[in-house]
Structures are given as structure tokens and as C-alpha cells.
Design a protein around this ligand. Sequence first.
Ligand code: DSN
Length: 411
Amino acid sequence: MRTLQKQDKEIFDLIKKEEKRQTETIDLIASENYPSKAVREALGSIYVAKYSEGRPYKRYYGGMENVDALEILVEQRVRKAFGIREEWAVNVQPYSGSPANYAVYRGILERGDTILSLDLSHGGHLTHGSPVSLSGTDYRIVHYTVDRKTQQLDYDAIAKLALETRPQLIIAGYSAYSRIIDFAAFGKIAQKVGARLMADTAHITGLIMGKMHPSPFPHADIVTTTTHKTLRGPRGAMIICREELREKIFPKVFPGLQGGPHNHTIAAIGVALKEAMSPAFRAYASQIVKNAKQLAKSLQQLDFQIISGGTDNHVMLVDLRNKDILGKQAQELLESSGIVANRNTIPFDPNPPFNPSGVRFGTPAVTTRGMKEKEMKQIASWISEVISNPASAPRVKKEVASFCKQFPIPD
Ligand code: DSN
């Protein structure tokens, strides 16, 4: 970055500060990850200079031969990484997960149609019909919840609700749900009520490609995903749908919602997909889950309540109410100790979303740094120490910074 340093010291200094912050802290935000240097090189490539409105071989500008070749190659890699064939149409142009989801809704629903999705406060996502999202204002939203007792999805209850409310679209796929999603069960429910099924696998795409979570194919009609979470690519998204839905959905991406695709991002997604098909990535996905299970177990041993009693994937929700602290204060306290996480609602939360009863922890980023079960035990012990004794935060922060030096962010 010597050129940047010479040319723009203000931005260079901010990047260096952010690099230091990331290097010296433990990132437990379940949706974050560190892409490889190869991904970042593709992201910084000359593709950034190219406009390419349209779809491969159907563009509005000239100079397209390398953009067309790139986009076709990346679409093929999506199919290969998910183990699907040509009957699935792929679009790697969405700028991120929110517009990808909205393009699907506008493509297959009429205004006022019914969407059945998980309540945000039970682990769902803003774009799955929250009243503050356009998805919640343009459609009739019915939410399912997790079961009060098991804190897990109850497929019989979801089926009953679907029969009662007759949705046109059912959404499966979450931001804060720690159990395996039974896409086959969702497929059956959707079929029974004549709804389309959309799987939003943003959080678990890397686990699916790494064979640590069942695939949504062929149960879902549409799969949307971001590319920067467990998949460890650049910030971007994609839509995969049954071929017969292509003409309904893809025009909503362009020209409906977007202009030119971000070709540098598409190149970087391609690099991440190649990585995701390697044996090393499979080992990575497996370690993410091992680490999450260990972190949850160690926290339980320290009297933390894990929602649903554990985790099958990369994420866990902690109910802090027995610890005499709420989510906001816990997040701030942990951050002052060098442990970065986010506060989160828990199912049936009696507290408001701005200061909910829980925190969410995830292991994709720490696993990328090479941490294993032993380190998860250490992290759990720091979390417990700081929550029970806030005065320990400055000392823990120093210990965390020194510990982090053993686990550099891959460059
Ligand atoms: N913001 C992401 C997350 O943290 O889960 C979802 O979009």
C-alpha cells in the first residue's frame, strides 16, 4: 500500500488503524470473516473499471469478452460448489443480500401476497418481512417462531400455520439460529400449501459447501446467499433459482434494482468458490462447527444459558438474564476487553431490540485465524471473567492482544 500511503495519508492511516483493531481483537461476530489474499487481490483488480449492464452475452456496452467469460465461469463454479446442474439458473450480480432478497420478492410475488418467515427476534432477518424493511411493507407477513420450550423450529407448527395462512412464499434460512435447518421438511410444507420455498443460506453457505450442513437443493425453489460469511468471499450475493423462475427474478436485479454489476466482486466470488471446493475448506468448515460446539460447551460449564441448549453450526445465542446483565452492556464490556460480538434478541425476549437479553457469538472468523478447541475454552473463560467482574476488562484486553499475535489474520 505504498502508493496509497504517499497519496492519501488520511485514508491510509484509517486503514492501518482498522488493521490494528482487527489484529488485536477476537472477532466473534457470526457474519464476519477474513477473505484470503487471493480473494482480496481479485477484489482490487482492474475489473473494477468495467461497466457491463445486462447478462452474459446480452450487454449494453462494448468491451465485454473478459467480463462475459468471468461471469459464466463464476456461475459454473456456483453450480459445482453446490453440486447442482444446469436446471438451476444462477445470478451472481446482486450487490448484497438485501437487494438479492428483494429482487426475488418482486419477481415472484404480487403486492399484498403473503410471506411466511421466521420472526426477526427469533433469529430471522430484517429482509424477511420486518416492518422496518420494504419487505415488511409491501407484503402481508406472517411469522413463525421457535418453540417456547425447545427454542428450536417446530415443523408441525410451521405446517399448521402455513395451512391456516396460505402463503405464496415461505422463507427458511436465518441470522441467529444455531440448529440444522430441515430444508426437506420445509419443501414438503411449501408443496402442501402451493407456496414457493426460498432458502436464504447467507450464514451457512460455507458450511453447506463444506458438507457440514444439508443442502437446500432440490427442496427450495430459490436460494439466496451473501458471499462473505462462512463462504469467506468478498461482500456480495447471489441468487440461484429453478430455470423457470429466471425470467421473473433476474430482470428485477437488473434493470429492476441495480445498474452495472460489480465485476471485481464477481471475480473475487469466483476465487472464494474455488477455495470452497478444496479439501482445506472442508477441514475449515468442520473446524468452524467443532469450535462453535466447544465454545458453547465451555460457556455452559461457566453457567451461561445457550439458547436451544447448544449449536450444530457456527453460531450460538446466549441468554444473559441469569448473569444480571443485558446485551448492550455485555457487548460494550466485551469490546473493552478486546472481544467483539453483537447484542441480540433471544426468542420471546422481554427486553427491547436496542437492549435485548442476549449476545450472539460465531466462530467463522476465529477459525480462519487458526484457533481450535483449546482457544475456544480460553475465550469462554475470558467472556465469563469479564461479565462477572467488569474491572478485569483492561487486563483481559492486554491478554487478548498478546494471544491474538499467535493467530495472525491470513495475508
Ligand atoms: N448483518 C448480518 C448478520 O450479522 O447476521 C445479516 O445480514
